[in-house]
Design a protein. Structure first.
Length: 465
């Protein structure tokens, strides 16, 4: 908002080549606000602003810009600017940029780093993709348990400026093995002569460098921490992961799940960046599968041609019956997938979930069934009294009963299918999100037809059928 208000002033400073004024204007701004302003400017003016910003601030601002914009800016910047920004960036954000670049471009940028930063960058990129190792930063404060509080505070003052966070101080032994993590406030309220060994309690939570980012996200949710230490297979502290990194992971996971809910593969790239052919390929696969599934609907209807010919009125309620089953299944599927993602339910809870969904399906089906019966009855009575014609024939009470009963059955089946499919997919090692709403709806379309016509045959046999 501030950036939009000052946009004319920024533009005038750039036109006047008043670089000192630009530097002073942005010096006190939060990096996120500077990034927001820069993204609204033409590329040549973006480069000018980065040129006048102090190196540390320029690196902070650069981290708040999307990967695509980062790549464009790197191509437009002078060599010295690129070197300064890459070396000042936090290791985890720099890793996120490098892993998005083609391998040749990434290697070229890595060669621009100082030997120390190059070692850090190659180490982080050496961990498996989507692992905690790619997210962590080696910038943290570690102390020994025989240090005093005074020693710790002096050490933080001297080396804490480059630390990712100062909320926690990590206690390690002589071999670098993590012993504990201690909140900084503990050192601020204790006597200066107290030792770290007197403060720590050995009650800590740590991530393994090979853990998946999804597992790390679940740990953050469970323990509600701002940062967590990362250890290797020997328990040696190698880095930390902060909550802001987890927010990015949570956003990516949510985006993938939402895209899968729509009945397609996750794009794994921003919409405007992904090539058209790749987007079509990711959407076409599931679309073809769903289309083939819907063809079974026509096959099922073909088996009931005679019944439809005798009681054409049944066809009037097909959309109502089928859509109700698909909607209830989509609801249940979405609820289960999200509950699994949040850790609210696990595989062993399937029996309890089934019991709850049977009850919910019966209640929901009864509600919709009652509305369906009232709808058929009301139209029949209104048509008879005011238009002297019967839209559903002389046996309209049987039609109403068929519609109401079928709604109960189809909604119950849709609810059960939608809630159990995620458990089945998780059990076989697949992603539950693939049991998306369109997939469940297609399944219920076919089976719902069978339920509907089976109930119609049972109720209307000897009268309309």
């Amino acid at each position: 908002m501030v950036g939009k208000l000052l946009a004319p002033e920024i533009k005038s400073l750039i036109d006047a080549r008043n670089f000192g004024g630009l530097r002073e204007l942005f010096r006190e701004w939060p990096p996120a606000d500077v990034a927001e302003v820069i993204l609204d400017l033409p590329e040549d003016e973006q480069v000018i602003i980065f040129r006048v910003l102090p190196a540390a601030l320029a690196a902070d601002v650069f981290e708040y810009i999307g990967v695509e914009a980062q790549q464009q800016l790197l191509r437009a910047m002078a060599h010295e600017q690129v070197v300064a920004i890459l070396n000042e960036m936090s290791p985890d954000d720099r890793t996120a940029l490098l892993e998005e670049l083609p391998s040749a471009a990434a290697r070229q940028l890595i060669r621009l780093l100082t030997p120390e930063e190059r070692h850090v960058a190659t180490a982080l990129l050496g961990y498996p993709e989507d692992s905690v190792g790619r997210l962590m930063t080696p910038d943290f404060i570690q102390v020994k348990e025989d240090w005093t509080v005074q020693h710790v505070l002096d050490y933080v003052r001297e080396y804490g400026r480059d630390s990712e966070t100062l909320n926690f101080v990590y206690v390690v032994d002589e071999r670098g093995k993590l012993i504990d993590d201690v909140r900084m406030r503990e050192f601020l309220i204790r006597p200066l002569t107290a030792k770290v060994s007197d403060i720590r309690d050995e009650n800590f939570v740590a991530l393994n460098v090979g853990d998946s980012q999804q597992d790390a996200l679940n740990v953050f949710r469970k323990y509600d921490r701002a940062a967590l230490p990362v250890v290797d297979s020997n328990g040696v502290l190698v880095g930390i992961v902060t909550a802001d990194d987890m927010l990015d992971v949570a956003e990516e996971e949510a985006t993938e799940d939402i895209q899968k809910f729509g009945g397609m593969e996750a794009l794994e790239e921003p919409y405007m960046r992904i090539p058209l052919w790749r987007m079509v390929r990711k959407r076409a696969g599931w679309l073809v599968i769903l289309f083939l599934g819907e063809m079974l609907t026509a096959t099922a209807m073909a088996n009931y041609q005679q019944e439809l010919a005798k009681a054409l009125v049944l066809a009037l309620f097909l959309p109502l019956i089928i859509s109700s089953g698909g909607n209830s299944g989509s609801q249940a599927s979405t609820l289960m997938i999200r509950a699994m993602a949040l850790g609210e339910v696990s595989l062993r809870d399937w029996w309890r979930v089934m019991g709850r969904e049977v009850q919910a399906g019966l209640w929901l089906g009864a509600i919709l069934g009652a509305i369906g019966i009232l709808r058929v009855g009301a139209w029949a009575i209104i048509g008879q009294q005011y238009f002297h014609q019967q839209p559903y024939g002389a046996h309209w009470p049987l039609v109403a009963l068929t519609v109401g009963t079928a709604l109960v059955g189809v909604v119950l089946w849709g609810t059960l299918s939608g809630s159990m499919l995620p458990f089945l997919l998780r059990r076989v090692g697949a992603d539950p999100a693939t049991s998306s709403a369109p997939f469940v709806a297609t399944l219920v379309d076919v089976t719902g037809l069978i339920i509907y016509f089976s109930i119609a045959l049972l109720i209307m046999r000897g009268t309309m059928l």
